[in-house]
Design a protein around this ligand. Sequence first.
Ligand SMILES: [Zn+2]
Length: 477
Amino acid sequence: MKKLIFTSAITLLLLPLGQGQNIGISTTGAPAKASALLNVNATNLGLLTPRVPLAPVKICGTMENLEILKALDPSLEKRMESNELILQQAIKDMSERTPSEKQQSPIPKGWIPTTNAVITIPVVVHVLWNTASENITDAQVISQIDVLNKDYSRTNLDTSLIPAPWKNIATNTGIQFCLAKIDPLGNPTNGIIRKQSSNTVFNKTNASPKSNATGGDNAWDTYKYFNIWVCDLGGTLLGYAEFSNSTKSNTFGAVIHYQTFGTTGNVWSSYKQGRSATHEIGHCWNLRHTWGDDGGACTGSDFCADTPNQANYCNKANPAFPELDACATASPGYMFCNYMDYSLDKDKYMFTKDQSDRMNLSITSFYPSLITSTACQPSGTSVNNISAELPVSIYPNPTSGKIQVAVSSSSSSQYKIEIYNLLGEKVHSTLINLAGNTSNGVNNHSSIINLDVSKGIYFYQISSENNSISTGKLIIQ
Ligand SMILES: [Zn+2]
């Protein structure tokens, strides 16, 4: 919502950061006018003043949660300031890449932890329930993961509603989510934990959903799993999130009210399209509200230059393009349809390119181990130790649907090839006898397999008669 101006962030990273100190950040390289500076300080990070929303029926509690975390951790403000500069530097590096380099991967050179352009994040959902109706079904959980994958890849059907001026900046973020298949002890899981609690309503402190001690459930290793807690948050709170630039947190993740999680089950009528989780997880990757949480002052920032300035959140039941306010006084107005606004679920359906860069670079900067986590791969001895025991190669990968599987092994000639989607559902299984050529006592087998599955991200598992296995990610495009 505000142009960012980078001066010399690398130098600035070395400066001590005092509270209230203003740091000029520019993407133009030109000397920044004082009035144009993006000031990374406690005030515009929303750290000093609790941001009181006007009066929507249901709200996001992320900024209030930040105030609570700040009170618990005196070093949080400075850590977030420093990490914001790291993030801004990564965004600057990204802006300097050539178009072909950007096409290869959303991640800048030097930051690439994977050969695939798509980041796939293992998810564990903690369902905390007091009454039976709060113990939501697996189907409701799966419907939410499906929404996340559509919204974050811009394959949501309502992307067609994006007003013309914003169609070119609405983007596929390249971020996807999968339900974990392996728990932290190496046991199989469907990525959903259920726990009954004596708490009738959870809150952010003395009845936190994130701790066994307060009637909730401890996070799984936040560096290998993205944690989502689903529970009753009362009547007005949709959810809340923790920003990843607070770093090194064992409570990192998102909390979502069970009646706005997914698209099926007992969900609230205006919040039944799964967009509360889309919004809160955006916060986890350091997206801010599009209006900048400045109480209408037009001076706050969401650190994204391609979202228009905005006075306050959209509180209209049926916004219509263009929506104008005190900070967006002319068409195209403010971006009411952005996932990071407060519009009802039916009225928000896009992330911008700058938001996508910010999210991707937040993941690679602060939680890169989520990208390489093997927690979604369908089997193995441990989430820390899933290895390709079976010497297998699959190519091409990405593929249009046909793959060649080659195995070099003397142990077996019969293999089972199974393909799983991000929800952990098996979508393909083939049993093959591979005719081999013996070389030095080792059979070199290969076979071509046609996969009749739709485009997307999958995991393959190849197992032999003696149970040696190989697992990995497969992209159908
Ligand atoms: Zn929010």
